[in-house]
Ligand binder design. Structure first.
Ligand code: ADP
Length: 492
């Protein structure tokens, strides 16, 4: 069995303790790799490497930095299928979805390679003549990136590409559930990076993640994961007043208006709810359907749920693989049980499909008869479970949509521009999708309002997370100013 090591100073090194941890395939429950189980000393070594590389990287010609990042994008495409197979093997998502992640890495590195070269500051109108005010954006230093298991590669790229493009160096801690694809990707694509610019240290959250967050020489931490872990990270980082960007959970509503095309809306809701087995922070987590179309929409969604092809995620015909881990499977099943207990009506799914005797497969699940106070309408399920609640009007849908602590995304299906744009104005969410759920754009910001996070990824906003502005004032004339001492008229 292959043992994967840490990547520090462009070298592959085992954890100082010599320990490893296992990574399994959620479709077969078989362990297929061992990975270095790191701790504080390994993080220290990586931060020293990144710190030593910082000045060189910061001062690298922007044009050369662009070339290096573009080279990573090119090699990512060349080795894409090999890396995508590992994503599927450790995460369980269908191969076609893993290939999408490869596209995301390549396009992100391309996008930020250009943006980082092009956007370095601005000139501000000065307050006096013969002078100039420049605003220059500078990198912070060593950036710590901590990422989850549901999009192990895409969420890596969303952080690492802009952090490097802005001139920072990086220490990355992958999720302990899905570290292998990242390590393989680094092995195959990152040889053009100068030593120490990107370092990858593996391990568990408390053992390797916390020391990274607390390290005094890491001024910025970028994290994607649960609200619970995000809160811990925020508290740890506050001790040194670090800058933190957090992309946390969601409870994204989808609003089905009476005028919409039911078939399209049902297909969209099924894809949005069951893609990656519902383990997407912007999954469809709750449906608010107008009374008039509730029965027809519910029937259509149940049909779509039953049609989802569950199976071997490497099979090209598979729509949905297993959940990523036994922990996720158990959490999903508990939430489904609670919904039944609270009076929700289970229309389809609700457990492991009978054809599987192993693997963390969970059938696409649909509930109706939901009411606003039920837990499944309020707490993130992060599983292939879609609950439906009826609403009388758009006002009611907006009120319910805003009633949770989350504010990540929201979708609506309608042809009525007034309904769509009123909801877009009034619902607190970082992304709002009209008739096209879960669609990202490299050039547009992504992130959460309320407890779904702080800061943004993608777009110019995603670059701004990793650089700080400096105002430089230039006065062409060296002469005493009228407003200096002495203030009194006795002075010269
Ligand atoms: P989930 O609960 O969905 O597995 P988490 O938010 O706990 O997601 O994990 C996301 C990432 O955060 C992983 O890389 C994990 O190792 C890391 N992590 C978990 N706990 C901590 C912690 N206390 N400090 C730093 N990182 C952590």
């Amino acid at each position: 069995m292959r043992i994967y090591k840490n990547f520090i100073n462009n070298d592959w090194v085992g954890a100082i303790s010599g320990k490893t941890f296992p990574v399994d395939n959620p479709a077969t429950e078989e362990v297929f790799a061992e990975v270095s189980r790191s701790g504080t000393r390994d993080i220290d070594a990586a931060v020293v490497a990144a710190g030593s590389a910082f000045n060189g990287w910061r001062l690298t010609d922007p044009g050369s930095r662009r070339e290096i990042l573009k080279e990573i994008a090119k090699k990512t495409v060349e080795h894409g299928d090999e890396v995508a197979k590992l994503i599927t093997q450790e995460c369980g998502k269908p191969f076609v979805e893993a290939q999408d992640e490869i596209d995301v890495i390549a396009s992100n590195f391309e996008y930020y390679a250009e943006l980082g070269r092009d956007q370095i500051g601005r000139i501000v109108a000065p307050t006096s003549s013969r002078s100039m005010s420049l605003v220059k954006y500078e990198p912070y230093g060593v950036v710590g990136c901590i990422i989850p298991w549901n999009f192990p590669m895409a969420l890596m790229a969303w952080k690492v590409a802009p952090a490097l493009a802005a001139g920072n160096t990086v220490v990355l801690k992958p999720s302990e559930v899905t570290p292998v694809s990242i390590l393989k990707w680094a092995e195959m694509t990152c040889d053009s990076l100068p030593s120490g610019v990107l370092n990858i240290v593996n391990g568990y959250g408390k053992e390797a993640g916390s020391p990274l967050v607390e390290h005094p020489d890491v001024p910025v931490v970028a994290f994607t994961g649960s609200i619970a872990t995000g809160t811990i990270i925020s508290q740890l980082a506050a001790k040194n007043l670090k800058k933190v960007s957090l992309e946390l959970g969601g409870k994204d509503p989808v609003i089905i208006c009476a005028d919409c095309d039911i078939e399209v809306a049902a297909k969209g809701a099924a894809w949005g709810g069951f893609m990656n087995a519902g383990q997407v922070c912007t999954s469809v987590e709750r449906v608010y359907v107008f009374d008039e179309v509730a029965d027809s929409f519910t029937e259509a969604l149940v049909e779509e749920a039953k049609k989802v092809n569950i199976g071997d995620p490497m099979d090209a015909n598979t729509d949905m693989g297993p959940m990523a881990s036994s922990v996720q499977y158990e959490k999903a099943h508990e939430k489904v049980g609670l919904a039944v207990e609270q009076g929700a009506r289970l229309l389809t799914g609700g457990g492991r499909p009978e054809v599987f005797d192993k693997g963390y497969f969970y059938a696409p699940t649909v509930f109706d008869n939901m009411t606003a106070e039920m837990e499944l309408m309020n707490e993130e399920a992060f599983s292939p479970v879609v609950p439906i609640q009826k609403v009388k009007s758009l006002e009611e849908a907006i009120e319910f949509s805003n009633a949770t602590k989350y504010g990540l995304g929201c979708s609506i299906y309608t042809k009525d521009i007034e309904l769509a744009m009123t909801a877009a104005d009034d619902i607190k969410a970082g992304s709002f999708w009209i008739n096209n759920p879960l669609s990202e754009n490299n050039a547009a910001p992504f992130g959460g309002m309320k407890m779904s996070g702080q800061g943004r990824e993608l777009g110019i906003e995603g670059l701004d997370e990793f650089r700080e502005p400096k105002h430089i004032l230039i006065d062409y004339r060296q002469e005493k100013k009228d407003w200096w001492f002495p203030y009194g008229s006795d002075g010269e």
